[in-house]
Design a protein around this ligand. Structure first.
Ligand code: NAD
Length: 237
């Protein structure tokens, strides 16, 4: 069976910029990192206002899956997919048709909103309606606390259950595919090392070098939108 781990690079063809790629958000605006770092977010109302504006304008809200997301659905239909571990928060694997049961979102998703004080939950759509109505940094309706999306920010712990399942999937797979990730964010990146130590054949599809390239049996630098459908066709054949 094959375990796949995806990062922001699988969604650039859907119009969502990555963080560290050549046209990534952090290359153009190093300060952008603060928007996804919990300490800055909690301490600074201006960071929260920028963060909500960013979410409101984010292409991720209306993006459609691309050929690479669709190819991974084919991999599942062929009965070869164990788990699809993703660092992405855009929900495009599920939109493409991957079974929600098989998709493990290590960094949460951007469709929900959570109060950091009382834990009450709402949706991004509701928060954005309030922003459109003039609230730049909407507070929790229940307790007045700070609201954030249900994404895992730097400084937050990852969802335990998803991580535990991803670790198992990395350990038991025969092949581990890492697609569109710079493999610089831990602990997600460490799943690659775990898979290799457990005997998996590692294939990396990423335009730029990653710290794990030397451990891979195959490194594919071609654009993901072409490389992944081609690779999946080869694996299914
Ligand atoms: P990253 O930005 O660190 O790395 C993306 C990698 O993909 C880069 O090395 C880049 O060269 C490569 N890449 C981009 N487009 C490509 C293409 N078309 N073909 C081949 N390679 C391509 O992303 P990461 O490793 O996922 O880590 C960043 C963090 O950012 C993650 O935690 C993720 O949650 C978050 N993020 C998510 C989204 C999203 O949900 N779509 C977008 C931006 C950031």
């Amino acid at each position: 069976m094959i375990t796949v781990m995806t990062g922001a690079g699988i969604s650039t063809d859907s119009g969502i910029p990555d963080f560290r790629g050549p046209t990534g958000l952090w290359r153009n605006d190093p300060d952008h990192e603060k928007l996804v770092t919990l300490d800055y977010y909690l301490a600074d109302p201006e960071i929260r206002r920028r963060s909500w504006r960013f979410r409101r304008e984010s292409p991720a809200r209306t993006a459609a899956p691309n050929a690479a997301h669709l190819a991974l659905v084919e991999l599942e239909r062929a009965g070869l997919l164990d788990r699809l571990v993703t660092q992405n928060i855009d929900g495009l694997h599920q939109k493409a048709g991957s079974s929600p049961d098989l998709v493990l979102e290590l960094h949460g998703n951007m469709s929900g909103v959570l109060c950091v004080s009382c834990g009450s939950r709402s949706t991004l759509a509701e928060a954005l309606d309030r922003i459109d109505a003039g609230e730049a940094d909407p507070a929790c309706h229940e307790c007045g606390g700070i609201l954030k999306t249900t994404t895992v920010m730097f400084g937050e712990t990852l969802p335990e259950e998803a991580v535990a399942e991803a670790v198992q999937a990395a350990r038991r797979c025969r092949t581990f595919l890492a697609i569109g990730t710079s493999l610089q964010v831990q602990p997600a990146a460490s799943l690659v090392g775990l898979a290799v130590r457990s005997g998996a054949h590692l294939v990396i599809v990423n335009a730029e070098p990653t710290p794990y390239d030397d451990f891979a049996e195959e490194v594919i630098r071609d654009p993901i939108g072409e490389a992944v459908p081609r690779l999946v066709a080869r694996l299914i054949a």
